[in-house]
Design a protein around this ligand. Sequence first.
Ligand code: ADP
Ligand code: MG
Length: 305
Amino acid sequence: MRRKPPIPRIIAVAGGKGGVGKSTVAANLAVALGRLGHRVTLIDADLGAANLHTMLGVLNPTTGLGDFLDRRVDTLDALKTPVIVPTLSLVSGSSRPGAANLGKADKLRLLGAIAHLDADCVVLDVGAGSSFTVVDFVAAADHKLVVLTPQLPSLHNAYALLKACVHRVVRRLALDDIEQRLIDAALGHDTRARTIAQLLDVLRPLDPVLAGRIADTLARFGVAIVANQLESAGDAGALARMSPLIHDHLALHAPLVAAIRRSAALAGGLRAGTSNLASGDDTAAAFRKLAQTLLRTDLAELRGA
Ligand SMILES: Nc1ncnc2c1ncn2[C@@H]1O[C@H](COP(=O)(O)OP(=O)(O)O)[C@@H](O)[C@H]1O
Ligand SMILES: [Mg+2]
């Protein structure tokens, strides 16, 4: 009997806000993982504004996620284009109108296809916002990377995205109608339970098993912060303060795993010789270190197996 191939390590790159550097981080992280010898598939799941192909030097992609969503192909492996290093391939995005919010069936089919990819690692650029589509992609990933910049809106949007993910996942942990009602009541507007810590305090006396299941799931949620476009040491310090805040409000462990400075190499100017890929400088080293940090995390532990 053939053994079922393992589900690849799935890394979502999110952030809530546009322009913070999600695509830049996704592309450079995927290249770094590929350079470390891992078979990587980078997916442009930014259904509203796909642009990873440009960053990786593919000017006019001939295939993309639209082919999968329109059922011209059945697997994502059929849409891979090799880029940059032999171990890395790209599944380009879809710019078809109306694709930004997928229906439930399309979303499940796409998530299933991602889990079946023939790869060691999948890097997902999920795009901006906190739509159900973005939230579900992030919730399904082993690693949930949140890209932050020192600008306040990036912090607000990232927090809103994480909160939406936590609420979505927590609601799904109910095993029956009674638990569903307990959770809905504790999360809803008609109670004083504002933070997840408070939600757990409300639930614990009512249903300690359910409260334990929620706490356990959130303890291994796989969130990590990538600080981007840093201009001073103070910037990194300010962003490091997000971790305790996220822990206090959402009961999530969200360490700062990378600090990437603003660099001309990542700026993607039109001048010849510039692109969005780091090479040979400290930003390249930062992406390699990020890749190694993620690879060191035990997948079975993250998945609660
Ligand atoms: N660390 C960085 N240094 C310099 N420019 C950056 C950096 N990160 C991102 N950029 C630039 O910022 C712009 C937005 O980045 P992008 O990755 O497209 O953001 P997002 O995907 O979050 O919308 C791009 O022009 C990109 O080249
Ligand atoms: Mg982008």
